[in-house]
Ligand binder design. Sequence first.
Ligand SMILES: [Ca+2]
Length: 331
Amino acid sequence: MTCASVFATCATAGEKVQLAWDPNTEPDLAYYTLYWWSGGTGVTNHLTVAAPATTASVTNLPAGCTICFVVTASNRSGLESGPSNLVSYTTTPDLTEVTLDLAVSRSGFSFNRLTRRFQQTLTITNLVGFPVAGPVVLVLEGLSSNATLVNRSGVSTFAGLVGAPCFELKLGSDGLLTPGETVSASLEFSNSNNLGINYIVHVLGIPLLPPPPAGPRDVTAEVVVLPSGFNYNRFTKRFVQAVTLINTTSNALPAPVSLGLAGLSPNATLANRTGVFTLPGLAGSPYRDVNLLTDGVLAGGQSIVVTLEFVNPTYQGITYQTRILTGPGDR
Ligand SMILES: [Ca+2]
């Protein structure tokens, strides 16, 4: 069984899990060792438990990860058994504030004489083009001190909202608040002095953002471009310019890396172009792909020289603005 993380990031959330296993029966049994790890981290943790105890709890597990556990038994000479079957546990993922992706409306309060509670209905609609996955949680910030949210699901540990009461929405069997879907929540408050109940509502969830569109990425802002002057080659009758590109980031830019010339003055033609852009906003501008040598990337901090050759029959000035695109896909 593989044990992969279900979410890309695993921030420490301090989740705790309790484990139990069947006892071993050897007379010289000394202790058990519990091992656990999270997919992708490459880190194995362990703790030992003196026999005959057969339970342990593990704290500070990362959020949104599948954690795998196995147990071994060791005897008094330190001889360790093979591992038990593997069990896994998925911790609650880190939530993101999605309040601005939703419409939240609140009814007035109604008083229930039997329960002596104030009831309010909140209606929540997903306004964006992507689903929000559960748990989707209402967090009531600054709830007035006379009121208590009686039917709360818990108390927030979210940064900036720590301690505020929470209410988890029921999302139906899909576990999602899909685009356009509306759900409602019935909040019940006790109210010690019957004064007003005020709060600011936040909504937390897991936005399932659409993947970024396939195609090259514009990294013009991340690359410094230093053009030389022009040299005229009498044999080829071309104007030659050496352009140095410097990747100012620490991230490698994947091939192909294209140097585009937007707004090239109409007297000049890029003779050694790789192609002409068809992308919106760049359509018709010529580009030349950078020779990235064997590693196929423009590494972080790396500089590389591109030689441009222009045909310029009228000998007028050659001007353009540079654009840098990286990665596969249509240009
Ligand atoms: Ca749903």
